[in-house]
Design a protein around this ligand. Structure first.
Ligand code: GDP
Ligand code: CA
Length: 308
């Protein structure tokens, strides 16, 4: 069975780790968000792609919840001491990857080529595609003005309320090579429990990707990032409340209108009606350990089987 997964960073990587235990990783294709990407200290950083890479190759720091295990911060301490831009947290081990990616891009590689090279070197068995090789960047509109995604998310610790989100560059962006083919060849399509606005939204804002999903002939199953109406981590609940007007399963499903056949939700959010042909599937969705991750992934595959 071939599974194609649309994924953000940390929440997406957590789900993908579980999926890799119930589906042969060779048969998993991942379409990752790149609208969080940032040029900082002269380096091209792709936080969501890297969360996936680290999560699936055993390099992630499970306790901190992001970045690499056994990390140190000497380079950033030097940047700080020199008055450089030190607000974006880059560890020493992490920086090594950004150095290599940046050089590949400078030498003319596309982001998908650079990602494939790095993924192969790390031993990733699944295929990891950036959603697009074109520059797409998320901006949030807040009472303090329009802010670039990482300024809001990291520098301002996503304290500002968000009234709207836009994806600069998305109208002209084409799906990266292989993305549309991976969606068309899938037996099951999954949207991870990532932030609908800032992780999955920018992927769906690429017309060719949205069209490929709309044309699907297999089930597409999304997993809600909310448990009991609250985000497990991050601003997804506050964004839904303010932008969509609520945090019920129907509000989550509405983010994926016309694109999904089932929404997997936590038991604490049911029972519910979703309408528009979307079946709610209730299960425990907190991925607290390997067993919980595996059970959620299996529930998603079961939901896909029942939706066709
Ligand atoms: P980011 O790109 O690194 O910010 O991460 P994602 O967008 O991929 O994932 C963030 C979302 O994952 C948040 O909205 C969390 O609520 C959600 N999330 C994290 N862990 C879990 C979990 O164990 N279960 C569920 N259902 N959602 C989770
Ligand atoms: Ca992200």
């Amino acid at each position: 069975m071939k599974v194609t997964v649309l994924s953000g960073g940390v929440g997406g990587a957590r789900f993908l780790r579980g999926l890799s235990t119930v589906v042969d990783p060779d048969n998993i294709s991942i379409v990752g968000n790149v609208a969080d990407d940032i040029e900082i200290l002269g380096l091209h950083v792709s936080p969501d792609l890297d969360s996936i890479l680290y999560g699936l190759t055993g390099l992630a720091d499970d306790e901190r919840g992001w970045g690499r295990a056994d990390e140190s911060w000497n380079a950033l301490a030097t940047v700080d001491a020199l008055g450089g831009e030190s607000w974006f947290r880059l560890g020493d081990r992490d920086l090594g990857l950004h150095l290599v990616r940046t050089q590949l891009l400078r030498d003319g590689a596309s982001l998908s080529e650079a990602t494939a090279r790095i993924a192969a070197a790390l031993g990733l068995r699944s295929r990891l595609f950036p959603a697009t090789d074109d520059p797409v960047r998320t901006f949030v509109e807040t009472p303090a003005g329009t802010l670039p995604f990482q300024t809001w998310f990291v520098a301002r610790a996503h304290r500002d309320e968000v009234d709207a989100v836009h994806y600069a560059g998305a109208p002209a962006a084409r799906p990266a090579p292989g993305v549309v083919e991976a969606i068309a060849a899938a037996d099951v399509i999954v949207i991870t429990p990532s932030n609908p606005y800032v992780s999955i939204g920018p992927i769906l804002a690429v017309d060719g990707i949205r069209a490929a999903l709309e044309a699907r002939r297999v089930a597409c199953v999304a997993v809600s990032p909310l448990i009991g109406g609250r985000a497990v981590k991050g601003p997804a609940d506050r964004m839904l409340a303010r932008i969509a007007g609520g945090t019920t399963p129907a509000h989550v499903a509405a983010c994926y209108e016309g694109l999904i056949d089932a929404l997997v939700l936590d038991e604490t959010d049911g029972p519910c009606e979703l309408g528009a042909g979307v079946r709610p599937v209730l299960t425990q969705t907190l991925m607290s350990d390997a067993d919980a991750r595996r059970r959620l992934a299996q529930a998603v595959l079961d939901a896909a089987g029942a939706a066709v």
